[in-house]
Structures are given as structure tokens and as C-alpha cells.
Design a protein around this ligand. Sequence first.
Ligand code: DGT
Ligand code: MG
Length: 601
Amino acid sequence: MELRKVPARKDGRVIVHFDYDCFYAAVFEAKTPSLKSLPFAVQQKQIIVTCNYEARRRGLHKLQLIRDARRICPDVIIELGEDISRFRDASKELYNFIKDYSWSGQVERLGFDEVWMDVTDMVEYNIGIINRNNLEHSFFQMVKDDPTIGFEFDATAIAGHACPKDFAQGPGPGNAEDELSLQLRLGSHVALYMRHQLEQQKGYTSTVGIATNKVLAKLVGNMNKPKGQTVLMPSNYAEGLESSVMSFMDAHEIGKVPGIGFKLAQRLREFILQRETKYDWTDAGTKEPVTVAQVRQHPDVNYEMLEKLLAGPGSAHGIGYKIWSLLHGVDDSEVSQARAVPRQISIEDSYVRLDTLPELLKELNALARSLINRMRIDLLSNDEDFEESKDESDNDTVKPRTSLVGMKWLAHPRTLRLTTRPRQPLQPDGSRPRTMKRISHSCPLPNFVFLLSESVEILAEKLVRDSLVTMFRKLHPEKSWWNLSLVNLAVTNMAETASDSKSAIGRDIGNMFKRQENVLKDFRVVEEETETTITPEPSSGEDVTAENAVELVAIEADEDEDGWVDEDGMDAATDYCHICDSAIPSFAMVAHQRFHEPAVS
Ligand code: DGT
Ligand code: MG
């Protein structure tokens, strides 16, 4: 039947998916390697957000209450991970490390600890120069214009694990039907090489999947965790990938398929089982699993029916066909190109109670400091011309000489946004209205924040005094009563300065600063351009109490980290809570559910 037509599989690409093992714990371990052999966990609020494998061996797990972890493993070493900037920095460093190997620049981050890389061009090039009569002694060239950089490998063998285990070995070298297997074998070797480099040079181990598209690569990696890699191979070379992909996909619970979020999975389960189903939050899963096979093979399921079943407000057009394709392991989405700068930088914190002006000013100052620091980390780059031009400049008196001299802005965000989430006042009957809305106010970002001559502290204070207090008053004209559960500060609307020619900048320090002033002229504050928006957040099942705020705070630290993640992630990154309907990153769903549970005594 036409509506059940199997979407065409476009093989020919080789995609590698990296997932760093125990990421937050690994960030500490990279600095202090002695932690690796000890049970070690990272704490945010009252939970262990992650722990290393030694701790997992001793019975600890992700998202466990600190109390329970200490009881189970009294000698566990715990570090505080409230300050997520260290994870963000590590994530960026590792991303750049991986990106430097790429020829095409198609390297995409998902969250802090996952990266896809499209290695098709590297694999194709190396297949082009391979000696098919001596595949055992091959050399993989890692740098296109330097045949000496790379590694030796056996192109008849797979590096790491293969799925399925009885994959087709292929009819032998030189046979066209075996090209796909050859591609994937090379993909597995380049993945192994990069995984080793990541470990040797940066101290991080990772779990890697290699396949012909993003979804398959992400899924197949899970088969050998941690420190493992798996390549999805054809089980029958004549059929290509068809049979192995179908049996691989069919075995998965539908909620595990990236791109099928919590809500969609739940609707599919209910359709297949023809009744309401329950979700078990403690296990981050369902006690009523429905497999891909059950959905795919159901006689009434086709893409038009899926469109009707799944389309809703906010869902992308063509969701039915997209899900139908995913059920068949078909995913044509591209690995996006690496971007030099994030689309936005946002910093936020949440509060059990924030209702006095002195407290607010203190928090705004702290957020503004983080924001400016973050801008300097993410948006400044070395001016390579500076070192050589330094001697040419006899104007050594040009000030200031700080460690930031020689840096230039890669982009200037144009807009400053302040967002709050006010708690509603109690109603006469003592109840609290359920809606928790975020409200925000935007205005042009004042120029002075780009000045490198001033300290972050001074700039932050000025930003609070000159802009943020006024913006806050626009959001909260009522002087007498407000109580905030969240404050978010963001710079958005990036204007990249990539067109700067090298010769135009950094000739000497004076010129550079003069030029910077010129650039900044474009960023005048224009009061009329300000804008206030109210973003309704779907109603929350209950308000935050001091006790249950704990986990929520932990989640939100990650939920809205910065533009690198917010806007680059695929649908898989977000699920919707069935109680409050909030969008929650998939990995944080379990912790989020604790927020809805009765307060822990
Ligand atoms: P893995 O991949 O099983 O070896 O372990 P991780 O620690 O890499 O876990 P993963 O990949 O699920 O998440 C990456 C990091 O994100 C993790 O190290 C800590 C953080 N994270 C994960 N889930 C949550 C959560 O529910 N709340 C918060 N605040 N952070 C989380
Ligand atoms: Mg991980």
C-alpha cells in the first residue's frame, strides 16, 4: 500500500557519533587522574548527576540522592558540580579537538557530551587511494594534503564491535557489492583513531557509534558502553543495510529512538495497546514497552495515520512521515557545519525565593559577571597578526596591556534579554495559581560590555545599573510584591565580524582598539527598540517548595545552558513532561520527575 511505502534508504554516508563516558565526572578526572581508580561522583544540589564507572561498579548510578549514594558507598568521593561553566568549557575544548580532524567541518554537538561527525569525505578519499590487493596493510590519511599524517590499519577488519555480530564479511576485495562494508570498516578505523587521540591527548574516554546516518550512529553506539565502539554493518551484503537496520531498529523500545520524544512515544504506546499506559519515572522508562516492530508492523500504521495521531500544536509539518522514516532507521538529516560562534549565550539560575531588591541586585551582578565572562570565552579569539605586528608598533604606550590584548571579537551580540519567572501570589483561598510564566524584556546590548580594558566586575556592575535595573522595572512595575523563581540573562542576535580582514586588524594595539570603538558605534542603545514578551509556560502540576526545588534547580542549570545546545540540538534532545508539559532535555527527564514527586523528607 502506498501509505506504507518504505522510505528510501540513502546509504553512502559514514557518520560517527561520540558520547563521552561519565562526562561531568570525567571533567574532574581529566584534571585529577588519581580520581579514576576511586569511586567518584559529581553533586548538584542533593543529587549525584553522574559518577564514574568505579562508583557504578560499587552500586551508584546517575541521578541518585546523595544520601543514598553515601549509604551504599561510604567512601565515595564527591565534588560539587554546581558551576557548569567548567563542563561547558571542557565540552567546547573536546568539540574543537574533534572538529580539527574534520575535512568538511560537518561536526555537530548535542548537549555537552555528544558529537556527530560526518567522515564520508575522509573515508571516500582513503578508499580512492587504498591498495585493494593489499588491504591488510593500509594507511589512513588523516590530513588531505599531507600523505604522511595518519595511521596504519587492516582494511579487511573492523575496528571495535560490529552489529549484528554475524555481519557479512563481503565477497572480497574489489567487488562493488562490498563497497558499503569497506566504507563502514574504514569509518570504524578512523573512529578508533580519534577515540584514542581523545583519550591520550585529552584524557577522556568515549563511547562511539558508526553508521550511515545520525540516528543509527547514536543508537548503535549504546551497544558497547563504556569505552567501546560499534559499527552497524550489513548482515547480508547483497541486500545492503536493509535487513540489519530493520532488525536493529525493530528490537528497540520506541521511546529509545532519538527523535521520538516522550510524548510521541506515549501516544504510540497507547495506540498500539489501545489503552492508557503508565510511565515509570524512577526507571526513566515505561513498564509497558512497545517495540518499533510492533508499531511498524501494525496493519493500521502508516505515515498518514501517524501524521493524524501525532501532529499537534507546535509539531513540525510532516511529523508522520518523519516518524515512519525513523521507524525504518531512515534519517536524512545532515550533520550541521561547525559554527565559529554560538547563536546566543545565556546564563540563568533558579531560586527558592528571590523577593528583595538587595538580593536581586546581588544575583543580577553575579549573572552579569558570568555572562560577560562567557562572552569573553566564547566570542573572543586570538588575533594572529598581533604577535608579528607587535614589533612594528612603536606605540607601546597604548593602553591597556592586559592578557586580553591581541584578542578580537568574533561576533557582537546585538540584543540583551532579561527573563524572569515570577511566582504567582497566593490566592485568597491560600492556593497558588498553577501557571508559571517566563516573561522577558529585550533591548540593544550597550557597547561598553565589549571593552576589554575594563574588568568584568566593573562592566557587570555598570550593566546592572545602566540596563538591567530598568529592564527589570519594565517586567515588574509592581514595586510591592514580586518573588522570582528564575532569572535568565542572555545576549542574542549575533552579528559576526568574520568579514574583518586580517590586515585591517591587529596592526598595532592602538589601531585595534580604535577599530573596536568604530565597530561598537553600530551598537548604540536605542530605547524605542526595546521589547517585552511573555512566554506562557504550560501549567505546572504544583508549585516549587523549598524541598522539591532542589532537583528542578539542578536540571535548569543544564536546560538552558547556551545557544550551542539550545538551537543546535535535534528533536531527540527534548521531551515533554506529561504532568506539566514543559520541554525538558531527555537526559534530565528523570530528575525532572522527582520535582513532581512528593517532597523527600
Ligand atoms: P554515560 O554516558 O552513561 O557514561 O554517563 P554520562 O555522565 O556521560 O551521562 P549522560 O551522557 O546521560 O549525560 C552527560 C552529562 O550531563 C552527565 O555527566 C551529567 C549531566 N546530566 C545528565 N543527566 C542530568 C540531569 O538529569 N540533570 C543534570 N543537572 N545533569 C544531568
Ligand atoms: Mg555521556
